[in-house]
Design a protein around this ligand. Sequence first.
Ligand code: FE2
Length: 370
Amino acid sequence: MTLNLPSQSIRFHAIWLRDNAPDPETRSQQNGQRLIALRDLPKDTRITTAEATPDGSISVDFSPENKRVKFSVNWLRRNAYDTPAPRSPGWLNKDIQPWDQTLKDDVPSGDFEDLRSTPSMLRDWLEQVVRFGFAKVQNAPIKEGGLFELVDLFGFVRETNYGRHFEVRTEVNPTNLAFTGLGLQAHTDNPYRDPVPTVQVLYCLESSAAGGENMVVDGFAAALRLKEEDPSGFALLSEHCARFEYAGEAGVHLASRRPMIELAPDGELLGIRFNNRSAAAITDVAFEKMEAYYAAYRRFGEIIDDPSMEVTFRLEPGEAFIVDNTRVLHARKGYSGTGNRWLQGCYADKDGLRSTYHALLATTPLEASE
Ligand code: FE2
């Protein structure tokens, strides 16, 4: 079927239309879920007639079922797949905006009480998290476990072997370098998990030690810069799996095999895994390509370390930030052993965050607050 609009013609296949029919026998009118499986539809499904109706819909007759279904023109436009040429590797969803250090004067942030009390402000803050992959929160309660109240705003805590939350401060016998005063290279957390935690929250309770600033780097911007400089290096990191591992405490042996730059089959940039501390031996790159792979890995790290890529800020008590752990790398500068610096951290997931954002978009559309 071809939908002829004033500005364009959009083609649809009969089987696609029939599978996506919105009628009550095909889709639950309560929850929108599909009531049939593809096997219920005839292989030789075809369209016998398609015509515009006075209410602005398209009425389609399917054979051999002899079934008539009405489609909204707006729905057809929104879901059209008759699009031009395929996109190049590394393309980004339109909701996402890469950034570098120029974002430092405009760090996405929100006031905790505003986020809790005003849905449109929570919606706007979540939109920033989706767009930039991180955001700060100010004026949050300075109390242990306050980070759970922050997670409650958008989703659910992901519990791990580090607990429901973890403490970030100097320990005498650290089980992980994150718990020492060492500066850490920018990284994504826990690439050895499968799936990785997709959101991390760091929440500041005390901050009188010198140093210890937090720093974030957009891994997508770094990957795109690598692609610009060296397309073959970008291809090596996206087409081969690295391996990651953590076995730093009794009873735990986590391991994963995934690329450092993850693309969808059509080239969409999906995720970054970068963590020098937990990278295991790389064994899935052919001997002939390993040297070039290491050169690309080194260059990717240099781009990530480039100060022009980083946004740095200091968290004060009652301040927190969240990162999309599949995209934005985080680090902290070294801090001194004197004074106190105490953060609590936890993991959550991006699907819940995006769900909250999209549900808020439906109930508090952007026009309402403008
Ligand atoms: Fe970390």
